[in-house]
Design a protein around this ligand. Structure first.
Ligand SMILES: Cc1ncc(COP(=O)(O)O)c(C=O)c1O
Length: 478
């Protein structure tokens, strides 16, 4: 039985040895493309199978290891070559090592005193990413994800428009922000949290590629001003969630400059394209934005969570987080310049920079560039396979590595195509063969497969196409 006072007890040693042995086994099994990517059990089925209640007394180490075996067994194999569902996948082992060390050393990022080398590493990563964005005098902070990055963008924007709002509130001033109709839902969450009201987050129409139309933005800003409201921020997306489109940042920056609006770019997904000289032009104009969020836990494959928020002018974050000065029990005045706690919405904060730094050390800039280029070339390969197959429709020309597919066929009406497309997705998942996601474009379902897993290759893509076509064939004949 475990005794908390004995750090190196036999229990601990056996538990950790058992865990590390399972790490190798799990990584090996996940790489096997003939295994299932998911068991696809229902909620009830899984609940019935597992005994999860904690007891009055502790269990022995064998029971613990058997619990861990269950967990590994029931987990979706996100490193499996057929895992193409969200915008990340695979296991970056250097990053995994960083995650272990972060947990092992268990500290919090608020002060240099508590996280000395971690503070320097976070600064180094932020500086590296600021340079890639093209910010010369910026600053930044690690956050939990693009969602919180978008929230921080809006907070910084509000601070510039009404610096006093932090103290006195908005008192009768109706703030209005603008997003594209394809923006991620976290922008609504951010508007909700900030208290501007969801009706005051205006969706701007997109063109056929899914990019925001600048003239429509200009018109909407005019309408809001005429209504007596206060436009304060535009959120552009560099790599939308479904289509992967990039809003025209140069034109949007021009409008924001004239209208004195903050431009925040949600590059949670597309930020990684800055890592290759061959893809970085996709984000042309990002340096004109006032702030950017970028998720290394997406295309770069760093273990969740790993995300940065970057701002063009340093001093901004300390200003919006000024109330951290109240935390005299934690954040020392004398260390104000080095304690990152003064720049974060969080108090306790994980060391998320270490895993990114280790992965970057292992790969170098060139390693990142070739990973991103490989993803783009695989997305092109998948695109060409879709285009050349008479039963498949490429729903939108990809800008990133999102490939949006619909099953079509002779004599099928739209509603049949939609039900077959959804049926294919359901069958892929329930058979445990492939995980691709589904979404809607113009109200119709599509299969969205995303290339963001280093284990995906041409063979995987050929197998995906055959599976889609085979399932589609049998569903459409029913
Ligand atoms: C464009 C975009 N922005 C923001 C987010 C939210 O990011 P996170 O899950 O890191 O909060 C996502 C998630 O997929 C996204 O696609």
């Amino acid at each position: 039985m475990m005794d908390d006072s004995d750090i190196l007890s036999e229990f601990d040693e056996m538990l950790l040895q058992g865990v590390f042995a399972r790490v190798w086994r799990y990584l090996g099994e996940s790489a096997d493309s003939t295994s299932l990517v998911t068991k696809s059990r229902s909620h009830q089925e899984l609940k019935n199978k597992l005994e999860l209640a904690v007891g009055r007394t502790g269990v022995d180490v064998d029971t613990m290891l058997s619990d861990i075996d269950d967990y590994l067994e029931e987990s979706v194999k996100t490193s499996h070559p057929h895992f193409m569902n969200p915008m990340w996948g695979g296991t970056n082992v250097a990053s995994l090592a960083g995650e272990f060390i972060t947990a092992l050393t268990n500290t919090s990022m608020y002060t240099f005193e508590l996280a000395p080398m971690a503070t320097l590493i976070e600064n180094e990563m932020i500086d590296t990413m600021l340079k890639l964005v093209g910010y010369n005098a910026g600053e930044g902070i690690f956050t939990t994800g693009g969602s919180n990055g978008n929230l921080l963008g809006l907070i910084c924007a509000r601070d510039r428009k009404f610096p006093d709002a932090q103290r006195v509130g908005l008192v009768g001033k109706q703030l209005v922000a603008f997003i594209s109709e394809d923006a991620h839902y976290s922008t609504s969450m951010a508007a909700n949290v900030l208290g501007i009201g969801l009706n005051n987050l205006i969706s701007i129409p997109t063109d056929e590629s899914g990019a925001m139309i600048p003239d429509e933005l200009q018109e909407a800003i005019g309408a809001e001003k005429r209504a007596g409201n206060f436009p304060f921020c535009v959120i552009a997306t560099a790599g939308t969630t479904v289509r992967g489109s990039v809003d025209p940042m140069v034109e949007l920056a021009e409008i924001c400059h004239q209208e004195k609006l903050w431009l925040h770019v949600d590059a949670a997904w597309g930020g990684a394209t800055l890592l290759s000289p061959k893809t970085r032009s996709l984000l042309h104009g990002i340096d004109l934005a006032d702030s950017v969020c970028w998720d290394p836990h997406k295309m770069m494959g760093i273990q969740l969570c790993c995300s940065v928020f970057l701002v063009k002018n340093s001093g901004t974050l300390r200003r919006v987080c000024v109330h951290t000065q109240k935390g005299h029990y934690l954040l020392l005045d004398s260390a104000e310049t080095v304690d990152l706690g003064h720049m974060s919405l969080q108090c306790g904060r994980r060391v998320d920079a270490l895993k990114l730094w280790l992965a970057w050390r292992a790969k170098g800039n060139e390693g990142w560039a070739s990973l991103i280029e490989r993803y783009f070339s695989l997305a092109e390969y998948l695109t060409s396979k879709v285009k050349e197959h008479p039963r498949l429709e490429l729903v939108v020309e990809p800008s990133m590595t999102n490939v949006c597919i619909r099953y079509v066929g002779y004599g099928m009406n739209k509603s049949k195509e939609d039900s077959v497309t959804m049926g294919i997705r359901n069958e892929l998942i329930s058979s445990g063969k492939f995980m691709v996601s589904t979404s809607q474009i113009e109200g119709r379902p599509i299969l969205r497969s995303v290339i963001a897993n280093p284990r995906v290759n041409e063979k995987t893509i050929d197998e995906l196409i055959s599976s889609i076509v085979e399932i589609g064939g049998s569903l459409s004949s029913n």
